[in-house]
Every structure is written in C-alpha cells, then in structure tokens.
Design a protein around this ligand. Structure first.
Ligand code: CU
Length: 146
C-alpha cells in the first residue's frame, strides 16, 4: 500500500529531558471512530549508548515498538524488542519507519489532545529508566496498514 502523506514536523514545546535523554516532537496520529490502534512518533537522542525496550500509555491497553519496511512493494510491520539508541545520534520514529504502536485504545485519539507515553530506556549495566513524554495527537492524511 502506498502511503501519501504531507508531514509537517514542528518542534513541540513539550520536550522531555530525563537523565540527559532528549525526546522531541512526540506525536500520535489521530484515529477514526472504531479504530483500535494508533501510531506514535518522536525523535529520541541519548547522550550515551542506550536502547528503547518498551513503552506504555494510560490511553492504550498495550504498546509495542515496531519497525516498518517495504518488502516487494508491500509495507510490512513487525515488533522489535529493542531499538538501539546510539550515543548522541537522534533516532527518528516516523511514519514508514520505526514507530510505537498503541493497541486497545481506551478512547479515540482526537487531534489536539495530549497523551502521556512512558518510555522504558535501558543503558548497559544500569537499571531501566522510565521517561514520560507528552505526545500531541495530530490529524494527518494517509494511513498505516496493520
Ligand atoms: Cu506498527
């Protein structure tokens, strides 16, 4: 499926800093009534080598980290358990690439709403850290197939 989308990446004022980990431009794609899943996107920069190992939100029953690839012209998504965060290099979660998936939505995602997401980030030899991010729901054209 070909995705046609016009994306505007505006920096949100709600940047989150915790343990030096920077999360910018966190947003969730608005859903239509009856839709049970939504994609969440953001840019994560870690000052040291780390990994994203999970996410949670009060707005969703479950969340997964996904990767998306084109395979013979077909968009394919699969869950990944670990998303590496190289030292100092921004990792962009965006439509068509890495993203977070919200499942079993408690309510529709309406444009303009702010939804909290908790990211679990681990560095070598350290306890996992939970970083709370505020994601803005945005209405975007185009869809993501599941
Ligand atoms: Cu997905």
């Amino acid at each position: 499926m070909k995705r046609i989308a016009i994306l505007t990446f505006a920096l949100l004022a709600h940047g989150a800093w915790a343990a030096g980990i920077k999360v910018e431009n966190a947003w969730i794609r608005a859903t239509v009534p009856g839709q049970q899943v939504a994609g969440a996107f953001m840019t994560i920069t870690s000052p040291e080598k780390a990994m994203l190992t999970g996410a949670q939100s009060s707005a969703a029953g479950n969340m997964e980290v996904h990767t998306m690839n084109m395979n013979n012209g077909v968009m394919e998504m699969r869950e990944i358990k670990v998303l590496p965060l190289p030292k100092g290099k921004p990792v962009k979660l965006s439509p068509g690439g890495f993203h977070l998936m919200l499942f079993d939505l408690k309510q529709p995602m309406k444009a303009g709403e702010i939804v909290p997401i908790k990211l679990t980030i681990e560095t070598e030899n350290k306890k996992p850290q939970v970083i709370e991010v505020k994601a803005q729901v945005r209405d975007m054209q185009g869809g993501m197939m599941h």
